[in-house]
Design a protein around this ligand. Structure first.
Ligand code: NAG
Ligand code: NAG
Ligand code: NAG
Ligand code: NAG
Length: 208
């Protein structure tokens, strides 16, 4: 907790040290860096959906995503982002973005936070009474091109909206189609690489 406090103080000091004209934390925060003027790092109560970037889409919103189970250890439970079509429970009906942290909102009052994501791994969350401090790696990017473009803001991770894919964790009765960040064939059996296809993660329910 004390470490978190120090980090926050450091972040605030860094923000104050910025020259005038660059004080917009949304545009200058490291997690939104390089994403342009449509980027924002805080929003409440939205849902997510996976929109194919190479394959056809059945509609403009995409496949609804929910928090799917990803195992547990003593005192903590892990979740990933799964398609509702393959994991039809929804204990976290909405999520919020809080200064770059992606926080699922539990309908049962569980404390769930995002965790760091490494290349080749799922987007992961931790549920625990003493869940770790959230990580600030996400941003939202609205398409502000006046001539058109995407209808919904996209989620980015580490400043990139294009690294997400949906991959089956296994093929069989309990298969779950989960979001993986930059999938790789060398994944230790965590998912079936041949089933992966690239998606954008659309943020629904803010203005639309
Ligand atoms: C988000 O949902 C919470 C819980 O229902 C509510 O208290 C809050 O006002 C909502 N925020 C917005 C911006 O709608
Ligand atoms: C994206 O492509 C996959 C594989 O063809 C398909 O199952 C899924 O329904 C598509 N998503 C949408 C939103 O249509
Ligand atoms: C859009 O298509 C996906 C994939 O077929 C489906 O899961 C989803 O329910 C559809 N959404 C709407 C709003 O019809
Ligand atoms: C989080 O993951 C990134 C790679 O995606 C890595 O560079 C970074 O050091 C990690 N941060 C922490 C606090 O583990």
């Amino acid at each position: 907790m004390f470490t978190v406090f120090l980090l926050l103080v450091a972040a605030a000091a860094a923000a104050l040290a910025l020259p005038t004209g660059q004080l917009d934390a949304r545009a200058t925060s490291p997690w939104c860096s390089g994403l342009g003027p449509g980027a924002f790092d805080s929003a409440e109560n939205f849902t997510l959906a996976a929109y194919n970037t190479t394959l056809p889409n059945a509609n403009a919103t995409g496949a609804p995503l929910v928090l799917g189970q990803a195992g547990a250890v003593d005192g903590a439970e892990f979740e990933v982002l799964s398609t509702w079509a393959t994991y039809s429970y929804n204990d976290w009906p909405t999520l919020s973005l809080s200064a770059g942290a992606l926080i699922p909102n539990s309908q049962y009052g569980a404390r769930t936070t995002d965790a760091n994501v490494t290349s080749g791994s799922p987007i992961v969350f931790v549920t625990s009474v003493d869940a770790p401090a959230p990580v600030q790696i996400y941003c939202a990017v609205a398409d502000i091109d006046p001539t058109g473009g995407g209808e919904y803001p996209l989620l980015s991770l580490n400043g990139d909206t294009d690294g997400f894919a949906l991959c089956l964790n296994e093929i069989g009765a309990y298969e779950q189609n989960n979001i993986i960040w930059q999938p790789t064939p060398n994944n230790g059996g965590e998912y079936v690489y041949d089933t992966c296809y690239p998606v954008n993660i659309q943020i629904l329910g803010l203005n639309n």
